[in-house]
Design a protein around this ligand. Sequence first.
Ligand code: GLA
Length: 682
Amino acid sequence: MAMDYIVDKLGGRIAFGGDYNPEQWPEEVWKHDVALMKEAGVNLVSVGIFSWALLEPEEGRYEFGWLDRVLELLHANGISVDLANASASPPPWFSRKYPDSLPVDADGVRQSYGSRQAFAACSPDYRRAAAALTTAIVQRYAEHPAVVMWHVHNEYGCHNQPDFGPHAERGFQKWLQDRYGSLDALNKAWGTAFWSQHYYDWAEILPPRRSGTWVNPTQQLDFARFSSDALLECFKAEADVIRAHSEHPVTTNFMGFNMGLNAPVDYWRWSGHMDVVSNDHYLIAADERNFQELAMTADLTRGWAQGKPWLLMEHSTSAVNWQPRNVAKVPGEMLRNSLQHVARGSDGALFFQWRASRAGAEKYHSGLVPHAGRDSKVWREVVQLGRVLESISEVAGSTVQAEACIIHDTDARWGTELDSHPSEDARNVPETRRWHDALYRAGITTDIRQSTDDLSGYKLVIAPMLYLVTDEGAAKLHKYVEAGGTLVITYFSGIVDENDHIRMDPVNGGGYPGAFSELLGVSMEEFFPLRSGDTVGLSQFGSGTLWSELGKATDAEVLATFDGGAGRSGVGGSPAVTRRAGASGRGAAYYVATSLGRTGLAELVQLLCSDAGVEPVLGVAPPEDVEIVRRSNGTKDWTFVINHSAHDVDVPLDGVELLSGAPTGGTLILTAGGVAVVATPA
Ligand code: GLA
């Protein structure tokens, strides 16, 4: 059961709608809401996400009257509901009654209620109350004809993560006992011989609270893993209650790349527990290439969904309220964003939120119905989007095929966010983004998966800063090359094992990157991170930033070396880019020992694609800032062409353009900022 169940319930249409919070409005507004929903073609709304306080005014006493009326009204008007179990924000009465359910920060300060998500994941009172509320809701509405999906909680980990309080302390100790079995194993894994940290009793072990200086890195990493698992337990407990009463798919909305070490939720571990993988995405207004970041996030979400269709649960019609400068979307931008998500596998375009609030912290966040009402740019574009989605309904259920794949392991990412490293600039997500952007510019559709996934279908696999790699992940990548694949490993990859211990032979040492040195045919001996803003010249591929290394190629062709650079570089002559041919005569393992600039990276990506036989969707690179992605169901293809540029473009593409219903006649002519979806036989 997955996204196709929802599409089926929606009459074969792509999901369109958003969070609907009718409790924020007088009841007489509701009938106008549904009339507007019908005008726009809205077919799915998420209801009740932050309604706990109104649904349960005191412990065990429920007031469902208003929700009954809302669901009836929606059903009567043919609008389906993704019903929340409302566990995301405990009410003030709850926090006051159970003050130790509130989360505690790393300084030991207990947070207050008054915003949202004020609970500690391991609080037994929170878990009991959330389960009781879930039971009451699902028992009442499991058979309600409006309901087609269950929305558990909301963005787990947003705003209350991680918790360092006493419940987390006990939970962490238990989690560690399960993971390590003995204190001896834990002491080894954590390297506690260093700085006199040896533990003699499980009760001595704490969450990584504020200490004089760097807290044990393995402790930090394990705490992130534990914190993610603690929230996952909350999800599973609530989902189990729902599944015991209902057949509808269960989801919780993920937050794209917002799952770093400071708010750790490992979606790779979570996604298998979802019936539908759903994600929220918001553009960062200050980011000039935010549309490419959107594409990367959508590709990652498709990875969590194992390539199957997923659901865009939230994005915004225009500005948000939580950035320093909340820049509104320009005309056409919301349509482009929505189609980008659909192009990359979402079978829906949902938003936060239906009606822009009048009160509360998010009143300056855009909605489908803006403060200005119907006579507005936003509303006209919402209606237009409804029509567009209707016109491309046949795309639902189809999938995206990619020949290239980027590896993005959560532990590797978290590992690079630990303190006390060679350079604070060496972070996984920015490096991943540079590679995704280079592929995006070249028109290459890219999946994002983890190292332990089946990679055999890809011609090109890129592992940007796979700092921490498990034995299993390293073995998979070795096998991938042995089987004829083309693999790229970048600097600061394969450095540590799952315990964040350097991969090396304790007696004889051994060159970096320990997990891949042999596979790559290189042996690097010393990191030379660059000063902020510095670059290092290369004999090929322009220059590098952030990082350089001293070392040698032991069994690889050197494609570029580092320059000596006016006495400031200690790495002159060391290999910067290398290639070791695959043993079978097919495939290759490349190493890139620096962060390449845009032009050099583009040059290298061209080389990699021709070496691996990877091609852009239309065989040639698209015009600049024109995104071309294809979905297919095996018999029919749909090519999405999204013009982010300020220029009209011609694209050689023959088929029927679904938005206009007109054949392209061999060439698609797309205006600046325009979008098109062209159907062709597969
Ligand atoms: C998140 C939340 C929503 C809302 C939006 C605002 O995605 O899930 O409730 O706060 O952010 O952008």
